[in-house]
Design a protein. Structure first.
Length: 295
């Protein structure tokens, strides 16, 4: 007999259009930003997908899912089970437009069918996980995607070296910024409350003062800081993750502006998207040079 008390139901209103929320829950690339890293996903009945996840890097479960219902911009349901374990459950996202906002009703039914003797599959873990995913991760993504510039790149270099090159001024001065830019570093104190002051010299002779104020520093995993200039030291908020990837290093970099209009200005007037690409291109070339020297 089904135990309805084991069902999870979460309702949440987002300051985002229903189209944006639908894309977030059905587009593979967007899902990777707030959900799980999927090899592929299609909002089509019968589509099967898998991903791994678990309480620790050492304890991972293979999730096996199949899309069972799709009503575009309204409803998405897929099955959810674990390889090697009995039981099957169903996850549903239901969307309702409410003016300029979107109401989500999320349900996860059938959790009680999973083995009772596995503490990792206890209802409390599902409640904690889904509350974070819906209330924090998905909310942050759909409400801020039009205010951000996001970049991801994998470098053929160990994480400790990438961290060193990003946080040591002796290295940073030699690669930072878009193509053709050089740097004069006045101060770089990479710690919470520390400051990074530098001048970027453009190829046309124009100077650009910069100031970074570090909020969170977790060596060699994460940097969080405000970036701006002396007149406006908090132009945008930056989060950088350094992820170890089998001897390589994946970097995700998110620049979050206060408004979508401010983001639009730096993209259209200053070419921020191309500038960010060139910034990471220069880092890639600098790391390759260092590794070649060490051979």
């Amino acid at each position: 007999m089904k135990n309805a008390e084991q069902d999870i139901i979460i309702t949440k209103e987002f300051n985002a259009s229903i189209d944006q929320v639908w894309k977030a829950i059905t587009n593979r690339d967007q899902m990777g930003r707030w959900y799980f890293d999927l090899a592929e996903f299609k909002p089509e009945v019968g589509f099967q997908f898998q991903f791994t996840g678990g309480p620790s890097p050492e304890k991972q479960y293979l999730h096996i899912c199949e899309v069972t219902e799709v009503v575009p911009n309204e409803r998405l349901t897929y099955s959810w089970r674990y390889d090697g374990y009995t039981g099957i459950s169903f996850v549903t996202f239901e969307l309702t437009a409410n003016g300029n906002t979107t109401q989500l009703k999320f349900t996860h039914k059938g959790i009680d069918s999973f083995p009772k003797d596995n503490p990792d599959l206890a209802i409390g873990n599902f409640i904690e996980g889904w509350n974070y995913i819906i209330h924090t991760s998905l909310k942050d993504y759909v409400e801020n995607v039009d205010k951000e510039i996001f970049s991801s790149r994998t470098f053929s270099a160990p994480r400790d070296l990438v961290w060193e090159v990003w946080t040591n001024p002796e290295h940073t001065a030699l690669w930072w910024g878009p193509k053709g830019f050089t740097n004069t570093i006045y101060e770089m104190d990479v710690k919470p409350g520390g400051i990074f002051k530098f001048m970027m010299h453009g190829p046309d002779g124009v100077d650009f003062p910069n100031i970074i104020s570090y909020i969170e520093v977790v060596k060699p995993e994460r940097l969080v800081y405000n970036h701006g200039n002396y007149e406006n030291p908090e132009m945008f908020f930056v989060t950088i993750n350094f992820i170890e990837d089998n001897g390589k290093t994946k970097i995700t970099m998110r620049m979050l502006f206060k408004t979508a209009e401010e983001r639009k200005v730096v993209v259209e007037k200053y070419g921020a998207l191309e500038g960010q690409k060139q910034h990471l291109d220069k880092l890639d070339a600098y790391l390759a040079k260092l590794l070649e020297i060490k051979k």
